[in-house]
Design a protein around this ligand. Sequence first.
Ligand SMILES: [Zn+2]
Length: 281
Amino acid sequence: MSESTKKLTCTIPGSLWSALEERMQRTGETLDQVVANSLNEELGLTQHTIFQVSTSGALVKGVYQGFVRMGDIKRHGDFGLGTFDSLDGEGIMLEGHCYRAGSNGTVSEVSENVLTPFWVTTKFQTDRKEDFQNVLHLEDLCDRLSAMRPSDNLMAAIRIDGIFSSIKVRVACKAEAGVDLVSAMAHQHEFSYQNIKGTLIGFYTPEYARTINVPGYHLHFLSSDRICGGHVLNLKATLLSVAVEITSDFHVALPENQAFLLADLTGDPAAQLSKAEGSSR
Ligand SMILES: [Zn+2]
C-alpha cells in the first residue's frame, strides 16, 4: 500500500528457501510479506505501526500521572498526539518535534524529559492522498475521511494541511490526581481562530477498541507558525490536503504505576470519553 515499491532479486541458500516456503505455508503470508517483515525487523524499521502508551479508559478514570519520557516516545514515531502529566495541556507531535498547547492556547516545544500519561504515535507514511474542497464542519470532514479508509476495523493516522477559514480548539487544564476526565475537562479553555494556516494531526480508532483509544476521529491542530494549537472541536476550510496512513499493526505499552494497577478499568468509558473529548464518531 506504500506509494513506491521496488522489485528485489537476490540469491539465497536452498535451506533458507525451504524455511521461507515452510513459513508461508504455516502463516499464509505471501513471499513479499515475509521478506518485507523480516527486513523491517532486521533493519530496525517499524513501518505502519501505531504505538500508544496507556489507554483512554485509564484517562477517563483519572490516571494522568506521566510515566514515559517524550524522548522514548520519539523512538516509536515522529507524528502523534497525547497529553502531559496531570493533563497539563494538549500534546502535538509533528515531523519529529513535540509541542504542548498550554491552557492559554499558545504552543511551545517540549523537552525530551517531559513525561506523558497517554500518547499515540507513528512514523507517518502516506498510503492515500486526496484534496478536500469546501469542508463545512468537523462532521463533514470526518465523513470524507471515512470514504478514504478501506475498513472501519483498521486504525488510521491522518495528516491534514491547509488554511482553515475557521477552527475551534480546546486545551485541557492541569487536573488534580484522581479527578475523573469529565470533571477535569469541565475546566477546559476554548479558542477560535480565523484564516489560519496549519496542520491537523490525528487518528481514527475503531469502535471496538474504545476502551483503548478514543473511538472515531481524534484530531489536534498546530498552526504553521507553531504559535497556537489544541484539540479540534470544529472547523471550516475551502481546500485541505489530506494524507491517510492505514495500519493493522498496533502496539500498546501499559503503565505499571500504582494509579494504573489499582484503577477499576472495567466498564465502558465511551459515554464519558465522548463527553470529555467532544469526539466525533
Ligand atoms: Zn485530544
